[in-house]
Ligand binder design. Structure first.
Ligand SMILES: *[C@@H]1O[C@H](CO)[C@@H](O)[C@H](O)[C@H]1NC(C)=O
Ligand SMILES: *[C@@H]1O[C@H](CO)[C@@H](O)[C@H](O)[C@H]1NC(C)=O
Ligand SMILES: *[C@@H]1O[C@H](CO)[C@@H](O)[C@H](O)[C@H]1NC(C)=O
Length: 460
């Protein structure tokens, strides 16, 4: 339970001897002659690839030949529900165990299904049965991907994040109970820990895994993963030798990566998700915890009594008056307010910028796309100064279509600059998809769960 539960999958994987080979030798019954031809081909291919310096590509070569000789691949499936604060998502995966003779145990991601619904599960705090039904509907949408005869052995995992972490304990518990009840009838394998509130550290580690798996970087220089949800935000990266003493021990995790054990630093900040930060800044400015009417320096005065829902409650937001203020001055007022909220909310402040190249997902991406800094389909790389230029512009643009553009851009910049200590020219690569796959912690969780199951199957 808690901190180490899901992460244990990663460790188990490392203890097991290259699982997929054993799985294969059990399930494949091929005529001897074919096997002989195959071995000869393997030798020929290895010979050729060795001399071409293409050794790294061996698994694909072998896999292609194995397939043409009629070796059936074994498929594994996993269904994950990401019950986030701003919406629920289903991510269903089909994995294949590729044929390899030696080397790292691995899985190929063959197919993926993604669908979401709004609002998030936490919005159903007063009607948990209805909330549970939104989850069931999502799972049913993903049904087509998982063959009926595979469902009983397909893990179905529900993980709630900041939305439920921020609810009163009994309300969150009631939601989880209803969800467990509702999904138990769907015919999937829901384990004893199938429905839980996920630890922020797991969220960080699994999205780091997803990012680096999809970029094929597990063996080399890994990327830092920055995630920004509605309620919380996570930062995760690999520590170098000697970095360990600069970070809290409770934020450090040893995980297997590409045949080695590496140390990750991960920290999850509650109430520093994009929507939570908006609310935090507005209510800090109001200095009145009973009001539902906010006036903010981060909102243009053309916006008056704009309705806004947060945490199941209705608010109205207006822009503060700004007679004669220059562009930079408006930006500075908002930045000062956001810095004040950030510093009082961060429970730990790192002393220096993340190591390695930095990748950012979720709202980091959406905010940049809405501002037109990146192409909404392709993503791209932006520097902190580009975020700032955009923020300065948005804070003095009377744009009623995007009333939160100023506060959101200022918040993203402030988190990176004042929170994470990144510099003006530091590049941030923004991803939604890599090779056509959603960059979500759900893939990291699905991957390690399936790997762990294969390992257990081999041991039995
Ligand atoms: C990684 O750590 C695990 C658990 O402590 C250990 O069993 C394993 O041998 C280590 N692997 C390497 C490559 O050091
Ligand atoms: C609101 O603020 C008052 C005075 O600061 C405090 O006593 C009270 O507990 C607060 N209420 C809530 C719901 O935070
Ligand atoms: C807080 O807001 C409420 C509702 O708008 C208002 O009645 C009350 O006077 C405000 N309190 C202070 C101290 O401004």
């Amino acid at each position: 339970m808690g901190k180490f539960s899901t992460y244990r999958y990663l460790e188990l994987k490392d203890d097991s001897p290259t699982p997929h080979i054993n799985v294969r030798s059990r399930t494949i019954k091929q005529p001897r002659r074919l096997k002989k031809i195959f071995i000869l081909l393997v030798i020929a291919v290895l010979f050729v690839t060795y001399f071409l310096g293409l050794f790294a590509g061996q698994s694909q070569w072998l896999d292609g030949i194995a397939k043409s000789l009629g070796y059936q691949s074994v498929n594994h499936y996993a269904v994950i529900i990401d019950a986030g604060s701003s919406g629920s998502r289903v991510l269903a995966y089909k994995f294949r165990v590729p044929f390899t003779v030696f080397g790292q145990a691995n899985l190929d991601l063959v197919e993926e299904y993604f669908e979401q619904s709004k609002p998030g599960l936490s919005s159903y705090a007063d009607d948990p049965a209805k909330g549970a039904d939104t989850i069931v509907q999502l799972i049913k949408k993903a049904e087509f991907l998982i063959p009926a005869e595979k469902r009983r052995t397909t893990p179905l995992i529900v993980r709630a994040t900041a939305g439920l972490r921020l609810l009163p304990k009994d309300k969150a518990h009631q939601l989880l109970v209803e969800v467990s009840k509702a999904i138990s009838t769907l015919g999937y394998d829901v384990g004893p820990n199938g429905v839980e509130i996920m630890d922020g550290s797991d969220e960080g580690i699994f999205i780091w895994y997803t990012l680096n798996l999809l970029h094929n970087l597990m063996d080399g220089e890994t990327m830092a993963a920055l995630d920004l949800g509605g309620g919380s935000t996570q930062i995760t990266y690999q520590l170098g030798d000697g970095d360990s003493k600069l970070f809290p021990v409770s934020d450090q995790y040893v995980v297997p990566a590409g045949g080695n054990n590496i140390t990750l630093y991960t920290h999850s900040y509650l109430n520093l998700g994009l929507l939570a930060a908006r609310y935090g800044v507005f209510s800090m400015e109001a200095n009145n915890n009973t009001t539902t009417e906010f006036t903010s320096v981060c909102v243009d005065p053309i916006v008056q009594k704009e309705p806004w829902t947060y945490g199941n409650k209705q608010y109205v937001i207006s822009g503060a008056r700004r007679q004669g203020l220059k562009r930079e001055a408006v930006y500075n007022l908002c930045h000062n307010a956001v810095v004040k909220y950030l510093k009082r909310t961060m429970d730990w402040e790192p002393a220096r910028a993340p190591r390695g190249s930095v990748a950012a997902m979720s709202y980091f991406y959406d905010v940049a796309a809405d501002a037109g800094i990146i192409d909404v389909m392709k993503g791209g790389t932006v520097s902190l100064s580009q975020y700032r230029t955009s923020a300065v512009r948005a804070c003095s643009a009377s744009n009623v279509e995007q009333p939160w553009a100023c506060i959101d851009l200022v918040y993203v910049l402030t988190l990176l600059q004042d929170g994470y200590k990144m510099k003006d020219n530091d590049p941030v690569s923004l991803f939604k998809k890599v090779n056509g796959h959603e960059v979500s912690w759900a893939l990291g969780l699905a991957y390690t769960t399936v790997m762990n199951r294969i390992a257990v199957m081999v041991e039995v």
